[in-house]
Design a protein around this ligand. Structure first.
Ligand code: SF4
Length: 248
């Protein structure tokens, strides 16, 4: 059963919450807004608001979920934030290894720290690794991601803030793209999206267009629901196929 509104995954698991901003994509961080709201509602887990907080009491939660899920790890943080000790990430990885009936997705803007962590440890075969590439200023994260041996290397280009230009998607297994939502949302132009789609097709990389967000395909501001998720009249939401041979 799906328990998150994030369309490309089934559910979230947050053994870490809170974060600090690192690049342009963070400006209107959804996790920050949510954390503050949950604190205001008196939720104990969010008593520190958006300050980085470890939640060791949640480390075993996925072991209790008997139905297989795709699980996005740390939707309310970045697990490779400098203040998350590698000894804590080790515990997260142990749970991942011990729950082979699930597959997990870790996404970071701190690709150097993710690379450093996995340079000394193998990636579990049920863990997909991703990098956020929201603007042309961050395309160097792509090459760093390519060096990691994981069944799926994915890019999250959300919120897409400009034209990424010409990029080499060889070795990338999935591209997720989305526009921003909320009061301060920045518009995503259709030509940036089309350029990315063209390049994904060239490299035969499954492409998943999540939604327009607050600004529509026609550049008009309206509700996210009304703006929808189609590009040039089509919904494109492809899923990747894990490359287990990469781990052999
Ligand atoms: S890295 Fe992610 S969670 Fe952290 S501030 Fe940026 S958008 Fe928010």
């Amino acid at each position: 059963m799906k328990t998150t509104k994030i369309s490309w995954t089934d559910r979230t698991w947050n053994p870490v919450t809170g974060c600090t901003k690192i690049s342009l994509g963070c400006a209107n961080c959804y996790a920050e807004v949510m954390a503050r709201r949950l604190k205001g509602m008196g939720k104990k887990k969010y008593e520190n608001g958006f300050s980085l907080t470890l939640h060791p009491e949640t480390l075993n939660d996925p072991l209790k979920w008997k139905t297989p899920h795709s699980i996005f790890v740390c939707s309310m943080s970045d697990i490779f934030h400098k203040d998350v000790p590698f000894s804590f990430v080790d515990k997260v990885i142990t749970t991942i290894r011990n729950s082979q009936h699930h597959n997990y997705q870790m996404l970071t803007k701190r690709i150097d720290r993710m690379s450093s962590y996995f340079s000394e440890r193998p990636v579990p075969d049920n863990l997909w690794l991703g990098a956020t590439v929201e603007s042309h200023l961050e395309v160097s994260r792509i090459d760093k991601l390519k060096r990691l041996l994981t069944p799926i290397r994915f890019l999250s280009c959300e919120p897409l803030l400009d034209d990424l230009g010409k990029i080499d998607l060889s070795g990338i297994d999935w591209v997720i793209v989305g526009g921003e939502s909320g009061v301060k949302a920045r518009p995503m132009k259709a030509q940036w999206l089309r350029s990315l789609l063209r390049q994904a097709r060239k490299y035969e990389v499954p492409f998943y267009f999540k939604q327009w967000g607050t600004w529509g395909e026609d550049g008009i501001r309206r509700s996210m629901k009304k703006n929808g998720k189609s590009l040039d009249g089509k919904i494109i939401q492809m899923l990747p196929r894990p490359k287990m041979s990469r781990l052999a």
